[in-house]
Design a protein around this ligand. Structure first.
Ligand code: OAA
Ligand code: MG
Length: 228
């Protein structure tokens, strides 16, 4: 196999309903259900008006300032895929723009996550197509390669495997291992119910009697804090 030039067609796909069931949960709550260890770094930000993204990852490992394999990934992607690109966090060249967004949207690709820069942001401000990235620059990419498709990559400080579930919103991106998705879905349902309880306590003026406040006071006492 030619490392640096691998284009892997096969990827395991999950039941789409399971992926869809995660859509309504905030990335922050999902992250809490995964030990707070699987969110991308804060430099990966939503760049347009559509901030909600969910789908299975089709990964691209790109050369710096080059989007040849990103274009190939667009041709290979299925509806609902999120194209996740390791573009080396480069701030000097963008690796996608309006032509690529338009084609991806026409194929019902779920969005892009790029550890690098993008351009033609006007399109993203005026159309529903979610793109998360590290920066914006009008200086465009080359198309020479090398690069790879559907290999494990690094994006936003996280390892992303082909087929991982990518969930994102205004708080950024969390990466969910597909084999754990059902388990995480159950946990996040429970966490969400607890958050609703907390918000109800606040609304009713009862926060001081809730479990967070009571546990805090117990912990401060146990740890020897003094109120002076
Ligand atoms: O030149 C490119 O490949 C990226 C771009 O601006 C576009 O897709 O519109
Ligand atoms: Mg363009």
């Amino acid at each position: 196999m030619s490392v640096g030039k691998r284009i892997i067609r096969h990827r395991n796909n999950l039941d789409k309903q399971l992926v869809e069931a995660l859509r309504k949960y905030p990335s922050a709550n999902v992250s809490d259900c995964m030990g707070r260890l699987y969110s991308m770094n804060a430099h990966i930000r939503p760049m347009g008006k559509d901030n909600k993204i969910i789908g299975q990852a089709l990964t691209v490992k790109a050369s710096i300032a080059d989007n040849m394999l990103f274009h190939q990934a667009l041709l290979m992607a299925d509806p609902g895929d999120v194209i996740v690109v390791d573009a080396g966090r480069d701030m000097n060249h963008s690796v996608c723009g309006e032509i690529m967004y338009s084609y991806a949207k026409s194929k019902n690709i779920a969005g892009f996550v790029v550890d690098g820069s993008i351009r033609d942001v006007d399109y993203l401000v005026n159309n529903e197509f979610p793109v998360f990235a590290a920066g914006i620059t009008g200086r465009g990419p080359y198309k020479n390669g090398p690069g790879e498709i559907n290999v494990d990559i690094s994006c936003g400080g996280q390892v992303v495997h082909p087929g991982d579930i990518i969930l994102g919103d205004e708080d950024g991106i969390v990466v969910i291992p597909p084999q754990e998705a059902l388990n995480i879905l159950e946990k996040v349902k429970e966490l969400q119910a607890n958050e609703i309880n907390s918000l109800n306590l606040i609304a009713n003026g009862d926060w001081e009697n809730g479990s967070i406040a009571t546990n805090l006071s117990k912990q401060l006492k146990e740890d020897g804090y003094e109120f002076l």
